[in-house]
Design a protein around this ligand. Structure first.
Ligand SMILES: C[S@@+](CC[C@H](N)C(=O)[O-])C[C@H]1O[C@@H](n2cnc3c(N)ncnc32)[C@H](O)[C@@H]1O
Length: 340
């Protein structure tokens, strides 16, 4: 016997099943929807035994609706609820979860990172493409704010924004210790900024690939820029989401890690209304390689002895030579400029 479930129509009387489509969903929403479809399909099978999916449809106001349509509707409803209830929770809670050593590392960027030379070269490239100071700059997804501090010290009036209050709390410490007077920070979602025609330039430094929807983010920046304003982005491109570090961060902390190659940024820029586009190679002068990590402490070795062992390890194990850029490096990382 076919089991049926009565479910109400939407208030406007139009069946919401007609409109369910996964095209308007972001990458992570699509993945979540896939998981829900699998889960609910298993539930349906448990409830209906082995009968075919079309026989095990659902009855809506006397009309049969197939299970995938039903699943799509409810997945969308649940995702909309989740987004409303816990907007980008992984991004917001990141600092809370990574531990104090990693927070310190983030606070002291770029100097704390083995990639410091490359970060500084990136910033040099950004400054070379910005209008000369004084100009108003919107720095999007600033994290602990190091890029904003450098820009303010160079003479720009900077608004640094991030979705995570914890990041902005750290960024305020950086503003204070470097005396960056022309800088203010705000907590906001770069996919929904309220600014209009205010900035000469906007920057995404290593942050747009965390967007749920890059089209929304770029449209929001387009609105924030004055006519003739520019949007610069330095982002990891193709294959980023498949790198072990990105996979681990997404799994462990629930952050979004997507590929953000120039063609995706430019497609979103065209949709938003940007008129001119350029892609520049990201600077590479012998990219630094991560130093070797000391092995974990053997059982029974005290903390102090392990600290000494780590110092000895670092003194004797040589740092690797800077690497050559991979042949497709510029596909992987690049600097995109779009003009309003
Ligand atoms: C990889 S970190 C880069 C931070 C900083 N730009 C840097 O180079 O250190 C990405 C940042 O983007 C922020 N972020 C992610 N989604 C965001 C959103 N929708 N709106 C604003 N910031 C966001 C995160 O909170 C995080 O601080």
């Amino acid at each position: 016997m076919v089991k049926k479930l009565e479910i109400p129509l939407a208030n406007d009387g139009i069946s919401p099943f007609e409109t369910s489509s996964c095209e308007s969903l972001s990458h992570s929403q699509n993945k979540a929807q896939g998981r829900w479809i699998g889960r609910l399909e298993r539930l349906r099978r448990d409830a209906t035994g082995d009968i075919a999916a079309d026989e095990a449809g659902l009855l809506v106001k006397g009309r049969m609706v197939d299970t995938p349509q039903f699943v799509r509707l409810w997945t969308r409803t649940l995702l909309a609820y989740r987004e409303w209830k816990m907007p980008k929770e992984g991004e917001i809670k990141y600092l809370e979860l990574i531990g104090s050593e990693a927070v310190d590392h983030a606070l002291n960027k770029p100097f704390s990172d083995h990639e410091c030379p490359r970060y500084l070269m990136d910033l040099g490239a950004i400054m070379a493409l910005l209008p000369t100071p004084p100009a108003r700059i919107l720095d999007c997804g600033v994290g602990t704010g190091w890029t904003s501090v450098f820009l303010a010290k160079r003479g720009y009036e900077v608004v640094g924004q991030d979705i995570a209050q914890d990041m902005i709390t750290q960024a305020e410490k950086n503003k204070e210790r470097y005396g960056a007077k022309t800088l203010r920070f705000i907590v906001d979602d770069y996919e929904n900024l309220k600014f209009s025609n205010e900035f000469d330039a906007a920057i995404f430094y290593d942050s747009l690939h965390h967007a749920e929807d890059e089209r929304k983010a770029i449209a929001s920046i387009f609105r924030a820029l004055k006519p003739g304003g520019i949007c610069l982005s330095i982002e990891p491109g193709e294959t980023h989401s498949q790198q072990p570090q990105a996979i681990e961060a997404a799994k462990k902390f629930g952050v979004t890690e997507r590929d953000m190659p120039p063609h995706l940024i430019i497609a979103a820029g065209k949709l938003a209304g940007f008129r001119e586009f350029d892609v520049f190679p990201r600077p590479w002068i012998g990219a630094p390689v991560a130093p070797p990590k000391p092995p974990a402490a053997p059982p029974g070795l005290g903390t102090r002895a392990y600290r000494v062992a780590k110092v000895i390890f670092r003194a004797f194990v040589p740092a690797p030579e800077p690497s050559e850029p991979p042949t497709d490096y510029y596909k992987i990382c690049s600097l995109t400029r779009m003009k309003k």
